[in-house]
Design a protein around this ligand. Structure first.
Ligand code: SF4
Ligand code: SF4
Length: 147
């Protein structure tokens, strides 16, 4: 297991999703024919997955950075407006924090999102990784950062 995989193992269950279902909106999951920024047809919004026991591997293995323990309780993606995750492999020698801003929520809590990104970057930098944030969604900043 790589040091990064060990980090994932330690972090992945620091919180539970509760009634948040935001990743079922922002991500495309090919196995269930979803599209970015559309609710998956199996999602019971604010409740959970309608096919939880048989959900695809992509869904089983997804942990956002809030669930991994970053940010405050108020930063849960459905309250906070932003979903963030960490790619599990290096890209050009860097770890990539992906920041997803759903269209209808993009104006909310952006300062708080910026603090959370900073917390993630500082933690991983202390581990010796080079880290960059990458913004996804309808409105992308020129430098890819959350502002
Ligand atoms: S966005 Fe995070 S907290 Fe919300 S359902 Fe997905 S993994 Fe759980
Ligand atoms: S299959 Fe379930 S967990 Fe996966 S995107 Fe759809 S509602 Fe979410």
């Amino acid at each position: 297991m790589t040091p990064l995989e060990e980090r994932f193992e330690v972090w992945k269950d620091r919180r539970s999703c509760g009634s948040c279902t935001m990743c079922c909106y922002v991500f495309e999951v090919p196995a269930v024919a979803t599209r970015d920024y559309e609710w998956c047809r199996h999602c019971r919004v604010g409740v959970g997955c309608g096919i939880y026991e048989t959900r695809p591997e992509d869904c089983r293995s997804f942990y956002c950075l809030w669930r991994m323990g970053f940010g405050t309780d108020e930063d849960r993606p459905d309250r906070h407006g932003v979903v963030m995750d960490l790619q599990d492999r290096l890209v050009d020698g860097q770890l990539v924090v992906r920041v997803w801003r759903p269209r209808q929520l993009q104006e909310r809590r952006l300062r708080s999102a910026g603090l959370m990104v900073r917390e993630v970057i500082e933690t991983l930098t202390r581990d010796g990784y080079a880290v960059r944030a990458e913004s996804h969604g309808p409105r992308r900043g020129n430098d890819g950062s959350v502002s």
